[in-house]
Design a protein around this ligand. Structure first.
Ligand SMILES: *Cc1c(COP(=O)(O)O)cnc(C)c1O
Length: 219
């Protein structure tokens, strides 16, 4: 997987260190995570809060970084604020506010991405692009010792052609540029999965979320 990501960076004329690999370990057991960690992988992505907490408990002896990439309901924010390092799926202010209120003071700030609905009707999660600037400004104004807005995340609808796969990634990049022009110091574009990571890297992804291509099919 590291080789495929490096090739994608080189093809895009980018530094191979400019894209972080997030290993998506949902529905994989702790032993699969342990094996990946032994091979040097540090950052892991999970979709389901309880499954992630169980895995974290089983892997407490390892210095791993945990990213929540699945939908987050408000009744789960406290455990997420206490256990995760990153949340990629923030799409409303109420969730970000709760995470800021509930992040323990002794931990580093929780790193946040705003999930954007870049595919219109095809996806129900994520803030609409038109509503993104107001949400981003409000989240960026939350206490920076508790939460820090790092960037944007998207899960584009699957598409058959490279052009159709690249368009939503390009849109996410443009939305991030517009927020930077408003003065928000965003450094993260969380986009690209097993099937479209080359397209995402070509459009400026800084973090690809890869499950199947690392661990095989979930099952
Ligand atoms: C499952 C998942 C991934 C990884 O998908 P693969 O196709 O297995 O690489 C990435 N991002 C999110 C949000 C996911 O839910």
């Amino acid at each position: 997987m590291k080789g495929r990501l490096a090739s994608a960076c080189i093809a895009a004329g980018r530094d191979v260190d400019s894209v972080t690999l997030l290993a998506v370990s949902k529905m994989q057991g702790p032993e699969a995570v342990r094996d990946a960690a032994a091979a040097g992988q540090r950052a892991f992505g999970e979709n389901y809060v309880q499954e992630a907490l169980d895995k974290m408990a089983a892997l407490r002896d390892l210095p791993l970084q945990w990213h929540l990439i699945g939908p987050l309901q408000s009744n789960k924010t406290r455990v997420v604020a206490e256990a995760f390092d990153w949340v990629h799926s923030v799409d409303r202010l109420k969730i970000a506010q709760r995470l800021a209120d509930q992040r323990p003071a002794h931990l580093a700030p929780l790193q946040l991405c705003l999930q954007v609905n870049v595919s219109g009707e095809a996806s129900k999660s994520g803030v609409a692009p038109a509503e993104l600037p107001a949400l981003a400004a409000a989240v960026a104004a939350l206490p920076s010792d508790r939460v820090r807005l790092r960037g944007l995340m998207a899960i584009p609808a699957p598409a058959d052609t490279a052009a159709a796969r690249r368009a939503p990634h390009r849109l996410l990049h443009e939305l991030a540029d517009a927020l930077r022009a408003q003065g928000l110091p965003l450094d993260t574009l969380s986009m690209g999965m097993s099937d479209d990571l080359e397209d995402a890297v070509a459009e400026g992804s800084t973090l690809v979320r890869v499950g199947t291509a690392i661990f095989g099919r979930r099952g």
